[in-house]
Design a protein around this ligand. Structure first.
Ligand SMILES: NC(=O)c1ccc[n+]([C@@H]2O[C@H](COP(=O)([O-])OP(=O)(O)OC[C@H]3O[C@@H](n4cnc5c(N)ncnc54)[C@H](OP(=O)(O)O)[C@@H]3O)[C@@H](O)[C@H]2O)c1
Length: 327
């Protein structure tokens, strides 16, 4: 456990800015908002008067329960809708994005927040499921909703923000598969290097997202792009993320959380902070409500970043031909 992490959890937690801006007139979409950080962020947006709030969830009944709860503290006139999206299914991601395109006249802030930390190996859409949900589907969704954010910018003369929820645990891996000719194939191999790195799959899935956002910003710098795309690490927070942990691992998580974790509610403040940031945050990684450098694996490997970007674009094209033109 490094000192930076302890400082963040024990000191910076108490310096995070409490959300207080008005969101009147804005439409906000949050994936993974039936529970955890997404739900608490949605609660703040509703309290602060967002005009239209879309809770994008994989189980509509859970989303409806969250909606009822959030409505109890919402400002008057806030419209809250529950829309289905399953990030483990490309068809569901495409259907959800088509609905965003057809039914929303604007999107001011989009939180690509849904995520999983799988403790067991499983495939979704032919890839290891945390890679599918946290990386491939997340960037398929980002790509598919970007035209709506660009149209919002042109029509309403605003600069929408697309925030990808990242994680400080991206620092907990040296990403050993990075030298493989086919990185995605290596990530599908649970037995890679004798299975020694399987526990790094979640950190790697988050690391890949940082590379992707930096690549988008490299290809489309802020001054020539109408949308800000950034990443936020909410810090180590209480939530359901470690729900699959069992035995000693479960005990270890519980002890660490009791000693160090931010409340879910306080962690959610970082999502709102990221959503308010402008072009200076485009392609950047935010932690403790400021831009910081991600791990050396990211900053010292520009060639790897380019290679992963080419692989990701090829994958997205295979899923939905023509889609990468949206970037
Ligand atoms: N908690 C932390 O310490 C921490 C730290 C850094 C980053 N994060 C990131 O924060 C984000 C939110 O996580 P959380 O901590 O709030 O955990 P959480 O309480 O487990 O919430 C995760 C959310 O993502 C949704 N989700 C999972 N798989 C999905 C799928 N296939 N399709 C659609 N939605 C799906 C979940 O829906 P269900 O309820 O239906 O499963 C839930 O709404 C994640 O991206 C996570 O990686 C969390």
């Amino acid at each position: 456990m490094d000192l930076g992490f302890l400082r963040s959890q024990l000191i910076e937690t108490w310096r995070l800015p409490y959300p207080s801006d008005s969101y009147a007139g804005r439409t906000i979409v949050i994936t993974g908002s039936n529970t955890g950080l997404g739900r608490e962020a949605a609660r703040h947006y509703a309290r602060l008067g967002a005009s239209r709030l879309i809770l994008a969830v994989r189980h509509v009944d859970k989303g409806e329960e969250a909606k009822r709860d959030i409505q109890t503290t919402a400002a008057e006139g806030v419209s809250i809708e529950v829309w289905e999206v399953d990030m483990a299914s490309y068809a569901s991601v495409k259907a959800f994005a088509a609905r965003v395109d057809a039914e929303l006249d604007r999107v001011d802030i989009f939180h690509a927040n849904a995520g999983v930390a799988r403790m067991v190996f499983a495939l979704a859409e032919g890839s290891e499921s945390s890679v599918t949900v946290n990386y491939l589907s997340t960037f398929l969704l980002v790509d598919l909703v970007l035209p709506k954010l660009k149209a919002t910018a042109a029509r309403f003369r605003v600069r929408p923000t697309l925030v990808v929820t990242s994680s400080g645990v991206h620092r907990h891996t040296a990403f050993p598969q990075r030298n493989e000719p086919d990185v995605l194939a290596a990530l599908n191999d649970q037995g890679y290097a004798g299975g020694r790195h399987w526990s790094e799959q979640y950190p790697i899935s988050k690391l890949l997202g940082i590379f992707a956002v930096r690549s988008i910003a490299k290809e489309h710098p802020a001054d020539a792009y109408p949308v800000t795309i950034n990443l936020v690490s909410p810090g180590f927070c209480h939530s359901g993320l470690s729900r699959e942990a069992k035995g000693m691992q479960r005990v270890a998580f519980a002890v660490q959380k009791a000693l160090l974790a931010r409340s879910t509610e306080r962690g959610s403040w970082t999502l709102l902070h990221a959503g308010l940031q402008g072009p200076e945050s485009h392609g950047q990684y935010l932690e403790d409500a400021r831009i910081v450098q991600p791990s050396d694996v990211v900053t010292r490997n520009p060639d790897l970043q380019d290679r992963l970007w080419a692989d990701l674009k090829a994958k997205l094209e295979a899923i939905h031909p023509g889609v990468t033109a949206n970037f």
